[in-house]
Design a protein around this ligand. Structure first.
Ligand code: 5GP
Ligand code: MG
Length: 198
């Protein structure tokens, strides 16, 4: 099997659009970079899951934009379901995990692709993967848009990674702070003084 392309390392910020300059320190990943990388990931996934009974399991709510772009680039039969998990609520620190939606589709004997927004400590994915394994899928692969390499607490790895980013709190392209900024078409870095505003 061909080795997957390595995740892109990004660390430099560019200037945010004027509208967001007050709240954001910078744009870490631009819309065009995301689009290009998502197409690459979709190609890898297509190749690895060809001929399989694929169920995509996406973690709400941070994956909405990424998921939509990823699956629209997948030319292969698949089913889609969601698990609702919430760990951040109002802050930027990882807290206790709350399940807000259970999986409905049968995954026994099927190939599962878990899609998440960002792999940080790994606690969220560890919990979700433990739960999914009990349902006896044929195999589970993990796809994340972003990963923070140095923040892992649990031993979890993703098979498909969009971008490796430094340990910064990022928002946009689905990722929120207190449920805001999900609609930004790029990934940006929030100014620390905005972490404390509701
Ligand atoms: P973990 O359980 O791996 O520590 O964290 C995973 C979850 O925490 C992600 O799915 C995401 O919801 C949230 N998270 C971690 N880092 C960030 C970040 O930099 N920005 C935002 N908006 N959410 C994050
Ligand atoms: Mg999440």
């Amino acid at each position: 099997m061909k080795e997957p392309t390595r995740s892109k390392q990004v660390s430099d910020c560019s200037r945010p659009p004027v509208r967001w300059r007050r709240e954001l320190r910078g744009v870490l990943i631009r819309q065009t970079q995301i689009a290009h990388r998502v197409r690459k990931l979709a190609n890898e996934i297509e190749r690895d899951f060809a001929g399989r009974d694929l169920v995509v399991v996406s973690l709400l709510n941070g994956t909405v934009l990424f998921l939509a772009d990823l699956i629209r680039n997948l030319s292969l039969p698949m089913r889609l379901d969601f698990i609702g998990v919430s760990s951040y609520r109002e802050g930027t620190e990882s807290r206790e995990l709350i399940l807000t939606k259970e999986l409905r589709l049968e995954v026994r004997g099927r190939d599962v692709l878990v899609v998440d927004d960002i792999l940080d400590t790994g606690r969220t994915l560890k919990c979700v993967l433990d739960k999914l394994r009990e349902l006896k899928p044929r195999r589970i692969k993990v796809c994340v848009l972003l990963e923070k390499k140095n923040c892992r607490v649990e031993k979890v790895r993703a098979d498909y990674v969009g971008f490796s980013i430094p340990d910064l709190f990022v928002v946009g392209y689905g990722l929120d702070f207190a449920e805001r900024y999900r609609n930004l078409p790029f990934v940006g870095v929030l100014r620390p003084e905005y972490y404390h505003i509701g």
